[in-house]
Design a protein around this ligand. Structure first.
Ligand code: PNW
Length: 461
Protein backbone atom coordinates (compact mmCIF):
# COMPACT_ATOMS: atom_id res chain seq x y z
CA UNK A 1 0.00 0.00 0.00
CA UNK A 2 1.05 3.61 -0.44
CA UNK A 3 1.50 4.02 3.32
CA UNK A 4 4.41 1.60 3.21
CA UNK A 5 6.18 3.69 0.60
CA UNK A 6 8.41 5.68 2.95
CA UNK A 7 10.06 2.58 4.38
CA UNK A 8 10.71 1.17 0.94
CA UNK A 9 12.38 4.26 -0.50
CA UNK A 10 14.57 4.66 2.63
CA UNK A 11 16.99 2.09 1.16
CA UNK A 12 17.41 3.86 -2.18
CA UNK A 13 20.26 6.32 -2.74
CA UNK A 14 19.88 10.07 -3.32
CA UNK A 15 19.60 10.96 -6.99
CA UNK A 16 17.96 7.61 -7.76
CA UNK A 17 16.12 7.91 -11.09
CA UNK A 18 12.41 7.15 -11.35
CA UNK A 19 10.83 6.62 -14.70
CA UNK A 20 8.90 4.62 -17.23
CA UNK A 21 9.86 2.91 -20.47
CA UNK A 22 8.21 2.17 -23.81
CA UNK A 23 9.36 1.14 -27.28
CA UNK A 24 8.53 2.52 -30.71
CA UNK A 25 6.77 -0.38 -32.39
CA UNK A 26 4.78 -1.23 -29.27
CA UNK A 27 3.10 2.20 -28.98
CA UNK A 28 3.53 4.43 -32.03
CA UNK A 29 1.27 3.03 -34.76
CA UNK A 30 1.30 5.29 -37.86
CA UNK A 31 3.37 2.73 -39.72
CA UNK A 32 3.33 4.51 -43.08
CA UNK A 33 3.47 8.12 -41.82
CA UNK A 34 6.15 10.53 -42.99
CA UNK A 35 8.14 8.05 -45.05
CA UNK A 36 8.40 5.14 -42.59
CA UNK A 37 9.03 1.81 -44.33
CA UNK A 38 8.20 -1.67 -42.98
CA UNK A 39 10.31 -3.20 -40.25
CA UNK A 40 10.66 -6.93 -39.61
CA UNK A 41 7.76 -6.62 -37.14
CA UNK A 42 5.37 -5.23 -39.77
CA UNK A 43 6.23 -8.23 -41.91
CA UNK A 44 6.09 -10.77 -39.08
CA UNK A 45 2.68 -9.52 -37.90
CA UNK A 46 1.32 -10.52 -41.30
CA UNK A 47 2.47 -14.13 -40.98
CA UNK A 48 -0.71 -16.11 -40.23
CA UNK A 49 -0.68 -17.38 -36.66
CA UNK A 50 2.43 -15.46 -35.62
CA UNK A 51 0.63 -13.03 -33.29
CA UNK A 52 -2.22 -13.82 -30.88
CA UNK A 53 -5.54 -12.60 -32.26
CA UNK A 54 -3.84 -11.59 -35.52
CA UNK A 55 -2.95 -8.28 -33.85
CA UNK A 56 -0.45 -5.87 -35.45
CA UNK A 57 1.33 -2.64 -34.49
CA UNK A 58 -0.48 -0.73 -37.27
CA UNK A 59 -2.29 1.52 -34.78
CA UNK A 60 -1.04 0.39 -31.36
CA UNK A 61 -1.52 3.27 -28.87
CA UNK A 62 -1.49 5.83 -31.69
CA UNK A 63 1.30 7.51 -29.77
CA UNK A 64 2.69 9.02 -32.98
CA UNK A 65 -0.36 11.30 -33.04
CA UNK A 66 -0.83 11.63 -29.28
CA UNK A 67 2.73 12.26 -28.18
CA UNK A 68 2.22 15.61 -26.38
CA UNK A 69 -0.61 14.31 -24.21
CA UNK A 70 1.35 11.12 -23.44
CA UNK A 71 4.28 13.25 -22.28
CA UNK A 72 1.84 15.23 -20.11
CA UNK A 73 0.82 11.90 -18.56
CA UNK A 74 4.43 11.20 -17.54
CA UNK A 75 4.65 14.71 -16.13
CA UNK A 76 1.48 14.10 -14.08
CA UNK A 77 3.09 10.99 -12.62
CA UNK A 78 6.01 13.08 -11.36
CA UNK A 79 8.57 10.77 -12.93
CA UNK A 80 11.94 12.21 -13.94
CA UNK A 81 13.00 9.88 -16.76
CA UNK A 82 11.32 8.58 -19.92
CA UNK A 83 13.03 5.79 -21.85
CA UNK A 84 11.74 5.42 -25.41
CA UNK A 85 13.12 3.90 -28.59
CA UNK A 86 13.69 5.33 -32.04
CA UNK A 87 12.24 3.45 -35.01
CA UNK A 88 15.05 2.84 -37.47
CA UNK A 89 12.64 2.63 -40.49
CA UNK A 90 11.35 6.13 -39.73
CA UNK A 91 14.81 7.69 -39.56
CA UNK A 92 16.59 5.77 -42.30
CA UNK A 93 13.85 4.02 -44.31
CA UNK A 94 16.14 1.80 -46.39
CA UNK A 95 18.45 0.86 -43.54
CA UNK A 96 21.22 2.75 -45.27
CA UNK A 97 21.68 6.06 -46.97
CA UNK A 98 20.45 9.49 -46.00
CA UNK A 99 18.33 10.47 -43.04
CA UNK A 100 14.59 10.96 -43.52
CA UNK A 101 13.99 14.38 -41.91
CA UNK A 102 10.24 13.89 -41.56
CA UNK A 103 10.67 10.67 -39.57
CA UNK A 104 13.47 12.05 -37.45
CA UNK A 105 11.32 15.11 -36.76
CA UNK A 106 9.02 13.06 -34.53
CA UNK A 107 11.85 12.28 -32.09
CA UNK A 108 13.08 15.85 -32.29
CA UNK A 109 9.64 17.05 -31.14
CA UNK A 110 9.39 14.32 -28.52
CA UNK A 111 12.72 15.32 -26.97
CA UNK A 112 11.74 19.00 -26.94
CA UNK A 113 8.40 18.16 -25.34
CA UNK A 114 10.07 16.05 -22.63
CA UNK A 115 12.61 18.74 -21.84
CA UNK A 116 9.88 21.38 -21.70
CA UNK A 117 8.14 19.25 -19.07
CA UNK A 118 11.33 18.70 -17.08
CA UNK A 119 11.60 15.00 -18.00
CA UNK A 120 14.99 13.51 -18.84
CA UNK A 121 14.94 11.71 -22.23
CA UNK A 122 16.65 8.30 -22.39
CA UNK A 123 17.01 7.07 -25.97
CA UNK A 124 17.16 3.40 -26.95
CA UNK A 125 18.48 3.21 -30.51
CA UNK A 126 17.26 -0.29 -31.31
CA UNK A 127 14.24 -2.00 -29.79
CA UNK A 128 13.79 -4.72 -32.42
CA UNK A 129 12.35 -2.87 -35.44
CA UNK A 130 15.00 -3.69 -38.05
CA UNK A 131 14.22 -2.20 -41.48
CA UNK A 132 12.83 -5.06 -43.58
CA UNK A 133 15.31 -4.27 -46.37
CA UNK A 134 18.17 -5.15 -44.02
CA UNK A 135 16.54 -8.46 -43.09
CA UNK A 136 16.14 -9.14 -46.82
CA UNK A 137 19.90 -8.65 -47.08
CA UNK A 138 20.43 -11.27 -44.32
CA UNK A 139 19.57 -9.47 -41.08
CA UNK A 140 21.62 -9.70 -37.89
CA UNK A 141 23.31 -12.99 -38.86
CA UNK A 142 25.11 -10.92 -41.51
CA UNK A 143 28.12 -8.86 -40.46
CA UNK A 144 27.18 -5.83 -42.54
CA UNK A 145 24.12 -5.20 -40.34
CA UNK A 146 26.43 -4.21 -37.47
CA UNK A 147 27.97 -1.46 -39.63
CA UNK A 148 24.52 -0.35 -40.81
CA UNK A 149 23.43 -0.08 -37.16
CA UNK A 150 26.41 2.11 -36.25
CA UNK A 151 25.71 4.36 -39.23
CA UNK A 152 22.03 4.71 -38.31
CA UNK A 153 22.98 5.38 -34.68
CA UNK A 154 25.15 8.31 -35.72
CA UNK A 155 22.27 9.84 -37.70
CA UNK A 156 20.08 9.83 -34.61
CA UNK A 157 22.90 10.93 -32.33
CA UNK A 158 23.86 13.90 -34.49
CA UNK A 159 20.29 15.13 -34.39
CA UNK A 160 19.67 14.71 -30.65
CA UNK A 161 23.06 14.81 -28.91
CA UNK A 162 22.69 18.49 -27.98
CA UNK A 163 19.65 17.58 -25.85
CA UNK A 164 19.93 13.90 -24.91
CA UNK A 165 22.61 12.70 -22.49
CA UNK A 166 21.59 9.07 -21.89
CA UNK A 167 21.76 6.51 -24.67
CA UNK A 168 21.21 2.77 -24.94
CA UNK A 169 22.41 1.04 -28.09
CA UNK A 170 20.44 -2.22 -28.08
CA UNK A 171 17.49 -3.46 -26.09
CA UNK A 172 17.85 -7.12 -25.13
CA UNK A 173 20.07 -8.63 -27.82
CA UNK A 174 19.16 -12.08 -26.43
CA UNK A 175 15.59 -11.56 -27.62
CA UNK A 176 16.70 -10.29 -31.04
CA UNK A 177 19.07 -13.21 -31.58
CA UNK A 178 17.38 -16.14 -29.87
CA UNK A 179 13.66 -15.38 -30.11
CA UNK A 180 14.11 -13.91 -33.60
CA UNK A 181 16.56 -16.32 -35.25
CA UNK A 182 16.66 -19.53 -33.15
CA UNK A 183 13.18 -20.06 -31.71
CA UNK A 184 11.03 -18.35 -34.35
CA UNK A 185 9.01 -16.65 -31.60
CA UNK A 186 9.74 -13.04 -32.61
CA UNK A 187 10.41 -11.32 -35.91
CA UNK A 188 11.82 -12.35 -38.31
CA UNK A 189 10.60 -15.76 -37.16
CA UNK A 190 13.58 -17.82 -38.26
CA UNK A 191 14.65 -21.12 -36.64
CA UNK A 192 18.32 -21.38 -37.52
CA UNK A 193 20.57 -21.90 -34.52
CA UNK A 194 23.91 -21.08 -36.19
CA UNK A 195 22.37 -17.89 -37.61
CA UNK A 196 21.19 -16.93 -34.12
CA UNK A 197 24.70 -17.35 -32.72
CA UNK A 198 26.07 -15.20 -35.56
CA UNK A 199 23.39 -12.65 -34.68
CA UNK A 200 24.60 -12.55 -31.05
CA UNK A 201 28.07 -11.58 -32.24
CA UNK A 202 26.92 -9.06 -34.82
CA UNK A 203 24.55 -7.38 -32.37
CA UNK A 204 27.44 -7.00 -29.92
CA UNK A 205 29.68 -5.74 -32.73
CA UNK A 206 27.05 -3.19 -33.74
CA UNK A 207 26.83 -2.06 -30.13
CA UNK A 208 30.61 -1.64 -29.92
CA UNK A 209 30.91 0.22 -33.21
CA UNK A 210 28.10 2.59 -32.25
CA UNK A 211 29.48 3.08 -28.75
CA UNK A 212 32.91 4.27 -29.85
CA UNK A 213 31.49 6.44 -32.65
CA UNK A 214 28.97 8.12 -30.36
CA UNK A 215 31.60 8.69 -27.69
CA UNK A 216 33.90 10.34 -30.22
CA UNK A 217 31.14 12.63 -31.52
CA UNK A 218 29.81 13.54 -28.07
CA UNK A 219 29.77 17.24 -27.20
CA UNK A 220 29.84 16.43 -23.46
CA UNK A 221 30.16 13.46 -21.13
CA UNK A 222 27.57 10.81 -21.95
CA UNK A 223 25.76 8.06 -20.14
CA UNK A 224 26.12 5.37 -22.74
CA UNK A 225 25.33 1.68 -22.49
CA UNK A 226 23.37 -1.38 -23.50
CA UNK A 227 20.27 -3.01 -22.00
CA UNK A 228 20.16 -6.76 -21.35
CA UNK A 229 17.35 -9.04 -20.22
CA UNK A 230 19.00 -11.13 -17.56
CA UNK A 231 17.92 -13.48 -14.80
CA UNK A 232 19.21 -15.84 -12.17
CA UNK A 233 19.52 -19.46 -13.31
CA UNK A 234 19.15 -21.71 -10.27
CA UNK A 235 20.20 -25.38 -10.37
CA UNK A 236 17.40 -27.80 -9.47
CA UNK A 237 19.79 -29.65 -7.11
CA UNK A 238 23.48 -30.00 -6.26
CA UNK A 239 23.78 -32.92 -8.71
CA UNK A 240 26.33 -32.22 -11.43
CA UNK A 241 23.90 -32.37 -14.41
CA UNK A 242 21.64 -29.79 -12.72
CA UNK A 243 24.52 -27.50 -11.79
CA UNK A 244 25.82 -27.79 -15.33
CA UNK A 245 22.40 -27.00 -16.86
CA UNK A 246 22.18 -23.84 -14.73
CA UNK A 247 25.72 -22.88 -15.74
CA UNK A 248 24.82 -23.23 -19.43
CA UNK A 249 21.65 -21.15 -19.01
CA UNK A 250 23.61 -18.42 -17.23
CA UNK A 251 26.26 -18.64 -19.95
CA UNK A 252 23.83 -18.20 -22.84
CA UNK A 253 21.65 -15.64 -21.06
CA UNK A 254 24.06 -13.41 -19.16
CA UNK A 255 27.77 -14.11 -19.54
CA UNK A 256 27.86 -14.45 -23.36
CA UNK A 257 26.91 -10.73 -23.43
CA UNK A 258 28.60 -9.32 -20.35
CA UNK A 259 31.95 -11.10 -20.62
CA UNK A 260 32.81 -9.65 -24.07
CA UNK A 261 31.29 -6.26 -23.18
CA UNK A 262 33.22 -5.88 -19.93
CA UNK A 263 36.17 -8.29 -20.07
CA UNK A 264 36.77 -8.35 -23.84
CA UNK A 265 36.42 -12.11 -24.35
CA UNK A 266 33.63 -14.67 -24.66
CA UNK A 267 33.32 -17.11 -21.74
CA UNK A 268 35.45 -20.19 -22.45
CA UNK A 269 32.81 -22.63 -21.19
CA UNK A 270 30.17 -21.12 -23.50
CA UNK A 271 32.50 -21.27 -26.50
CA UNK A 272 33.17 -24.95 -25.67
CA UNK A 273 29.44 -25.69 -25.30
CA UNK A 274 28.79 -24.08 -28.70
CA UNK A 275 31.64 -26.02 -30.31
CA UNK A 276 30.12 -29.27 -29.02
CA UNK A 277 26.91 -28.23 -30.80
CA UNK A 278 28.95 -27.58 -33.96
CA UNK A 279 28.44 -23.81 -33.80
CA UNK A 280 30.98 -21.01 -33.74
CA UNK A 281 30.84 -17.27 -33.09
CA UNK A 282 31.97 -15.51 -36.33
CA UNK A 283 34.72 -13.47 -34.64
CA UNK A 284 37.09 -11.42 -36.79
CA UNK A 285 40.39 -10.15 -35.36
CA UNK A 286 39.84 -6.91 -33.48
CA UNK A 287 36.11 -7.46 -32.85
CA UNK A 288 36.48 -7.96 -29.12
CA UNK A 289 38.36 -4.67 -28.70
CA UNK A 290 35.42 -2.97 -30.45
CA UNK A 291 32.79 -4.80 -28.40
CA UNK A 292 34.51 -3.96 -25.10
CA UNK A 293 34.52 -0.20 -25.70
CA UNK A 294 33.85 1.27 -22.23
CA UNK A 295 30.23 1.85 -21.23
CA UNK A 296 28.93 4.07 -18.43
CA UNK A 297 25.80 2.24 -17.45
CA UNK A 298 24.34 -1.24 -17.82
CA UNK A 299 20.59 -1.35 -18.36
CA UNK A 300 19.05 -4.34 -16.59
CA UNK A 301 15.62 -5.61 -17.65
CA UNK A 302 14.24 -8.11 -15.17
CA UNK A 303 10.98 -10.05 -15.29
CA UNK A 304 11.54 -13.51 -13.79
CA UNK A 305 14.10 -16.16 -12.89
CA UNK A 306 14.12 -19.89 -13.57
CA UNK A 307 15.39 -23.20 -12.21
CA UNK A 308 17.18 -25.65 -14.49
CA UNK A 309 17.69 -29.38 -14.53
CA UNK A 310 20.09 -31.47 -16.59
CA UNK A 311 17.83 -34.54 -16.42
CA UNK A 312 15.17 -35.47 -18.95
CA UNK A 313 11.82 -36.75 -17.65
CA UNK A 314 13.14 -40.32 -18.07
CA UNK A 315 16.27 -39.54 -16.03
CA UNK A 316 18.74 -39.44 -18.91
CA UNK A 317 21.26 -36.60 -19.09
CA UNK A 318 21.87 -36.53 -22.86
CA UNK A 319 19.54 -36.22 -25.84
CA UNK A 320 19.44 -38.26 -29.08
CA UNK A 321 22.40 -36.25 -30.42
CA UNK A 322 24.48 -36.87 -27.32
CA UNK A 323 24.10 -33.26 -26.19
CA UNK A 324 23.41 -32.47 -22.52
CA UNK A 325 19.79 -31.97 -21.45
CA UNK A 326 18.71 -28.52 -20.23
CA UNK A 327 15.15 -27.99 -19.06
CA UNK A 328 13.61 -25.29 -16.95
CA UNK A 329 11.43 -26.58 -14.14
CA UNK A 330 9.00 -24.64 -11.92
CA UNK A 331 10.29 -22.89 -8.82
CA UNK A 332 6.77 -23.23 -7.45
CA UNK A 333 6.02 -19.49 -7.27
CA UNK A 334 2.85 -17.61 -8.23
CA UNK A 335 2.75 -16.50 -11.85
CA UNK A 336 1.80 -13.41 -13.85
CA UNK A 337 -0.51 -13.43 -16.87
CA UNK A 338 2.59 -14.14 -19.00
CA UNK A 339 2.91 -17.41 -17.03
CA UNK A 340 6.24 -16.05 -15.74
CA UNK A 341 6.99 -16.97 -12.12
CA UNK A 342 7.26 -14.08 -9.67
CA UNK A 343 10.78 -14.32 -8.24
CA UNK A 344 11.94 -11.08 -6.59
CA UNK A 345 14.79 -12.83 -4.75
CA UNK A 346 16.11 -13.85 -8.17
CA UNK A 347 16.37 -10.12 -8.92
CA UNK A 348 18.53 -9.47 -5.83
CA UNK A 349 20.70 -12.52 -6.65
CA UNK A 350 21.05 -11.33 -10.26
CA UNK A 351 22.08 -7.78 -9.34
CA UNK A 352 24.61 -9.12 -6.83
CA UNK A 353 26.01 -11.55 -9.41
CA UNK A 354 26.55 -8.70 -11.88
CA UNK A 355 28.16 -6.55 -9.16
CA UNK A 356 30.44 -9.49 -8.32
CA UNK A 357 31.39 -10.57 -11.85
CA UNK A 358 31.58 -7.09 -13.43
CA UNK A 359 32.63 -4.73 -10.63
CA UNK A 360 32.60 -0.99 -11.25
CA UNK A 361 29.71 -1.08 -13.72
CA UNK A 362 26.80 1.11 -12.57
CA UNK A 363 23.36 -0.33 -13.27
CA UNK A 364 19.94 1.15 -13.92
CA UNK A 365 16.83 -1.03 -13.99
CA UNK A 366 15.63 -0.10 -17.49
CA UNK A 367 12.57 -2.39 -17.35
CA UNK A 368 10.67 -4.23 -14.66
CA UNK A 369 6.96 -4.87 -14.52
CA UNK A 370 4.18 -7.40 -14.97
CA UNK A 371 1.08 -8.29 -16.92
CA UNK A 372 -2.02 -9.34 -15.00
CA UNK A 373 -5.66 -9.92 -15.95
CA UNK A 374 -6.72 -6.32 -15.41
CA UNK A 375 -10.42 -5.82 -14.65
CA UNK A 376 -11.52 -2.24 -15.31
CA UNK A 377 -14.50 -0.78 -13.46
CA UNK A 378 -17.29 1.13 -15.24
CA UNK A 379 -14.98 4.15 -15.57
CA UNK A 380 -12.12 2.09 -16.94
CA UNK A 381 -10.16 2.30 -13.68
CA UNK A 382 -8.06 -0.75 -12.79
CA UNK A 383 -7.29 -1.36 -9.11
CA UNK A 384 -4.22 -3.46 -9.88
CA UNK A 385 -3.09 -4.51 -6.41
CA UNK A 386 -1.28 -7.47 -8.03
CA UNK A 387 0.87 -5.18 -10.21
CA UNK A 388 1.51 -2.84 -7.29
CA UNK A 389 2.62 -5.79 -5.15
CA UNK A 390 4.97 -6.85 -7.96
CA UNK A 391 6.52 -3.36 -7.97
CA UNK A 392 6.88 -3.38 -4.18
CA UNK A 393 8.56 -6.77 -4.00
CA UNK A 394 10.91 -6.00 -6.89
CA UNK A 395 11.86 -2.53 -5.63
CA UNK A 396 12.54 -4.14 -2.25
CA UNK A 397 14.76 -6.63 -4.07
CA UNK A 398 16.65 -3.70 -5.65
CA UNK A 399 17.06 -2.02 -2.25
CA UNK A 400 18.35 -5.32 -0.81
CA UNK A 401 20.96 -5.55 -3.57
CA UNK A 402 22.01 -1.94 -2.96
CA UNK A 403 22.34 -2.65 0.76
CA UNK A 404 24.68 -5.53 -0.14
CA UNK A 405 26.89 -3.32 -2.32
CA UNK A 406 25.38 -3.26 -5.83
CA UNK A 407 25.60 0.13 -7.58
CA UNK A 408 22.07 0.73 -8.90
CA UNK A 409 21.16 4.23 -9.98
CA UNK A 410 17.51 4.09 -10.97
CA UNK A 411 14.33 2.18 -11.76
CA UNK A 412 12.20 2.49 -14.89
CA UNK A 413 8.88 0.66 -14.84
CA UNK A 414 7.69 -1.31 -17.85
CA UNK A 415 5.50 0.17 -19.12
CA UNK A 416 3.90 3.62 -19.29
CA UNK A 417 0.99 2.29 -21.35
CA UNK A 418 -0.67 -1.00 -22.12
CA UNK A 419 0.78 -1.72 -25.54
CA UNK A 420 1.52 -4.22 -28.32
CA UNK A 421 3.10 -7.08 -26.36
CA UNK A 422 4.87 -8.64 -29.36
CA UNK A 423 3.69 -12.20 -30.11
CA UNK A 424 0.95 -11.79 -27.45
CA UNK A 425 -0.63 -8.82 -29.21
CA UNK A 426 -2.82 -6.55 -27.10
CA UNK A 427 -4.07 -9.32 -24.82
CA UNK A 428 -1.25 -8.94 -22.30
CA UNK A 429 -1.24 -5.60 -20.49
CA UNK A 430 1.94 -4.30 -18.81
CA UNK A 431 0.89 -0.64 -18.49
CA UNK A 432 0.62 1.44 -15.34
CA UNK A 433 -1.87 3.34 -17.50
CA UNK A 434 -4.78 1.47 -19.08
CA UNK A 435 -5.38 2.01 -22.79
CA UNK A 436 -8.89 1.55 -24.12
CA UNK A 437 -8.05 0.47 -27.67
CA UNK A 438 -11.51 1.43 -28.97
CA UNK A 439 -11.26 5.06 -27.87
CA UNK A 440 -7.49 5.40 -27.23
CA UNK A 441 -8.42 6.77 -23.83
CA UNK A 442 -5.64 6.59 -21.21
CA UNK A 443 -6.69 5.81 -17.63
CA UNK A 444 -3.98 5.60 -14.94
CA UNK A 445 -4.22 2.41 -12.88
CA UNK A 446 -3.74 2.24 -9.09
CA UNK A 447 -0.13 1.17 -9.71
CA UNK A 448 0.54 4.51 -11.43
CA UNK A 449 -0.55 6.39 -8.31
CA UNK A 450 1.68 4.08 -6.28
CA UNK A 451 4.81 4.79 -8.34
CA UNK A 452 3.99 8.49 -8.30
CA UNK A 453 3.85 8.38 -4.51
CA UNK A 454 7.12 6.44 -4.24
CA UNK A 455 8.96 8.91 -6.47
CA UNK A 456 7.55 11.88 -4.54
CA UNK A 457 8.45 10.41 -1.15
CA UNK A 458 11.94 9.58 -2.32
CA UNK A 459 12.45 13.09 -3.64
CA UNK A 460 11.20 14.62 -0.38
CA UNK A 461 13.60 12.66 1.81
C1 PNW B 1 10.95 -7.28 -22.88
N1 PNW B 1 11.56 -13.71 -22.37
O1 PNW B 1 10.79 -8.41 -23.70
C2 PNW B 1 10.95 -6.12 -23.86
O2 PNW B 1 12.05 -5.26 -23.72
C3 PNW B 1 9.67 -5.36 -23.92
O3 PNW B 1 9.54 -4.78 -25.19
C4 PNW B 1 8.51 -6.28 -23.56
O4 PNW B 1 7.27 -5.66 -23.75
C5 PNW B 1 8.70 -6.70 -22.12
O5 PNW B 1 9.96 -7.30 -21.92
C6 PNW B 1 7.63 -7.66 -21.61
O6 PNW B 1 7.66 -8.85 -22.34
C7 PNW B 1 11.00 -9.70 -23.28
O7 PNW B 1 10.98 -14.58 -23.07
C8 PNW B 1 10.41 -10.68 -24.05
O8 PNW B 1 12.31 -14.05 -21.43
C9 PNW B 1 10.61 -12.01 -23.75
C10 PNW B 1 11.40 -12.35 -22.67
C11 PNW B 1 11.98 -11.37 -21.88
C12 PNW B 1 11.78 -10.03 -22.21
Amino acid sequence: SVSGAAGLVAGLPPGFRWGVATSAYQIEGAITADGRTPSIWDTYCRVPGAIDNGDTGDVACDHYHRMPSDVALIKDLGLDTYRFSVAWPRVQPHGKGPVNPAGLGFYDRLVDELLAQGIDPWVTLYHWDLPQELEDAGGWPVRDTAYRFAEYSMLVFDALKDRVGTWTTLNEPWCSAMLGYAYGAHAPGRREYPAAIAAVHHLLLGHGLATSQLREAAPRPLDLGITLNVATAYPASDAQPDVDAARRADGMGRRIYLDPLVHGHYPADVVADLAREGVELPIVDGDLEIISAPIDVLGVNYYFSQKFTGYAEDGSTVDANGLPISRDVPLGKPRTAMDWEIVPEGFTDLLLSIARDYPGLPMVITENGSAFEDVPDANGFVDDTDRTAYFTSHLTAVADAIAQGADIRGYLAWSLLDNFEWAYGYVKRFGIVRVDYDTQKRIPKASAAYLKELAAQHRAR
